[in-house]
Design a protein around this ligand. Structure first.
Ligand code: TGC
Ligand code: FAD
Length: 406
């Protein structure tokens, strides 16, 4: 019987088994605590059990498995750094990063669901909300009873959110919200949306908008070739009456949503590394098993070059996020440091996915292996939360003191 991994039955078996173990060439595990390793193994087990066996089918069908929201709540994937009294995990930033890494190892779209809920919905309510808002929303979001979304991007204002036109007027006993947001992860299923809009003076504020408020709709965006297991849509506000108690009172201005983005971009730096490691491990195993010219393809220098370069970039990226996590724990991480890590790690993940795709030959384009799905997902990850070039400009501004955005 042939031992070729192109045999469909063997490929299916290996997909179901999900034998992933992470590469650790520089013994970075020695830098982690026992608690970090425990968190990693429990999330990894969850991904192997609840995501890996189904994700190819969900992605192929562009199906968002809504029941994953409750399951993420049960394993503590929502708001790991939010204090325990509000239902969060009360964990440090390395733990948060590890959770994002393990989930994105399974699928970037699944990580999107978790990081939007934690960093972009729970974080602003915790940070900029009052006590009544924290108590009302955070426990339900942490448990997965409610799903949230974050509305910053508009059809005509993506990289430049300060130009947003979504606005609200003070009507005495309520605010009247008008406008539209686009490309919003989770929106079609979300119970609550943290929406950024301008007041009558042009100042940006966060508002909590709830499903069911008349004039608020969330049309789904169809036809994506990326993040197909994540649901994406619009937020449309047509004279929506928002109660005054739904305004986040403790911070206004563009700095408020940008602070949320710092937290989410940090999680993405870890997450993209997870996708990169999955591609690398799959390519390493495939190269050892796949025979061409009478030998495993792993014996050819050009394949070894690809694998060596992948491991080099993964090791550098692992060190980068670990150090950044320590800075986050100390409250010392800066926005440009986060930009560097998000930009680098998503970039190397995309490069690794492309090289891994080549190592898998024709099999690399199928759903038998995770590569093509990771590659297509990463095309969104390199664009959202600030594009590759916007992060370059954030770094350029830091180096030179001259903003080159406009
Ligand atoms: P700029 O003039 O630099 O700053 C405006 C004000 O904000 C302050 N600020 C910050 N405050 C706190 N934390 C930060 N990180 C901050 N960064 C800036 C700044 O001091 C200033 O304050 P003030 O008092 O002087 O007004 O703003 P700018 O308009 O020039 O824009 C800079 C730029 C281009 C870097 C920024 O707009 C940007 O990052 N654009 C990219 C947009 C983006 O990332 N959108 C993401 C949307 S959400 C998303 O994609 C979710 S996907 C999630 C998923 O599915 O996983
Ligand atoms: P544009 O801003 O139009 O950029 C187009 C190109 O121009 C890019 O290459 C960009 O780098 C370049 N460019 C723009 N300005 C400059 C400049 N000054 N200098 C040099 N180059 C420049 N947003 C949310 O608010 N919430 C979400 O939950 C969310 N989820 C998303 C999910 C998906 C699947 C996707 C694809 C996007 C999501 N986004 C979300 C939106 C995302 O943040 C934006 O797509 C992103 O910020 C880029 O905006 P844009 O698509 O309008 O591109």
């Amino acid at each position: 019987m042939s031992s070729s991994p192109t045999s469909s039955s063997k490929a299916k078996k290996s997909l179901k088994q999900d034998v992933y173990e992470h590469p650790d060439f520089y013994k970075i595990d020695d830098l982690l605590t026992e608690e970090h390793k425990l968190i990693r193994s429990s999330i990894r087990d969850f991904v192997k059990r609840e995501i890996s066996p189904f994700i190819e089918d969900w992605a192929q069908r562009a199906f968002f498995p809504y029941e994953i929201v409750r399951k993420f709540g049960e394993i503590g994937a929502f708001g790991p750094t939010i204090p325990l009294e509000y239902g969060g995990g009360g964990m440090d930033y390395i733990s948060y990063g590890i959770i994002m890494q393990e989930i994105e190892r399974g699928d970037s779209g699944m990580r999107s669901t978790a990081s939007v809920q934690g960093s972009l919905v729970m974080y602003p309510i915790y940070k900029f909300g009052n006590e009544a808002q924290r108590k009302k929303y955070l426990p339900k979001l942490a448990s997965g009873e409610w799903l949230g979304c974050f509305g910053l991007t508009e059809p005509d204002h993506g990289s430049n959110p300060s130009g947003m036109v979504t606005n609200f007027k003070d009507m005495g006993d309520h605010y009247l919200l008008n406008g539209a947001k686009m490309w919003i992860s989770n929106s079609p299923k979300a119970d609550v949306a943290v929406v950024w809009a301008k007041d009558e003076k042009g100042r940006i504020h966060g508002l909590i908008v709830e499903r069911g408020m008349p004039g608020f709709t969330t049309p789904e965006t169809h036809g994506k070739w990326s993040l197909r297991a994540s649901t994406t849509g619009e937020l449309v506000f047509d004279n929506v009456k928002v109660p005054k108690e739904n305004l986040l009172p403790n911070k206004s201005g563009l700095g408020a949503p940008l602070m949320c983005l710092d937290s989410a971009r940090y999680g993405i730096a870890w997450g993209a590394l997870g996708a990169a490691m999955d591609c690398y491990e799959s390519a390493r195993r495939y190269a050892a098993e796949r025979i061409q010219f009478g030998k495993p393809i792993a014996s050819f220098q050009l394949v070894q070059k690809k694998l060596s370069e992948m491991l080099t970039e993964i090791t550098k990226a692992q060190l980068l996020v670990w150090r950044l996590g320590m800075l986050m724990n100390e409250g010392k991480a800066t926005t440009p440091q986060i930009s560097l890590a998000k930009r680098n790690n998503v970039h190397i993940a995309l490069q690794i996915a492309r090289e891994a795709r080549q190592i898998h030959g024709g099999m690399g384009i199928t759903g038998e292996y995770p590569i093509m799905r990771h590659m297509m997902n990463l095309e969104s990850v390199v664009t959202y939360e600030g594009t590759h070039d916007i992060h370059l400009l954030i770094l350029g501004n830091e180096i030179t003191g001259i903003p080159a955005f406009n």
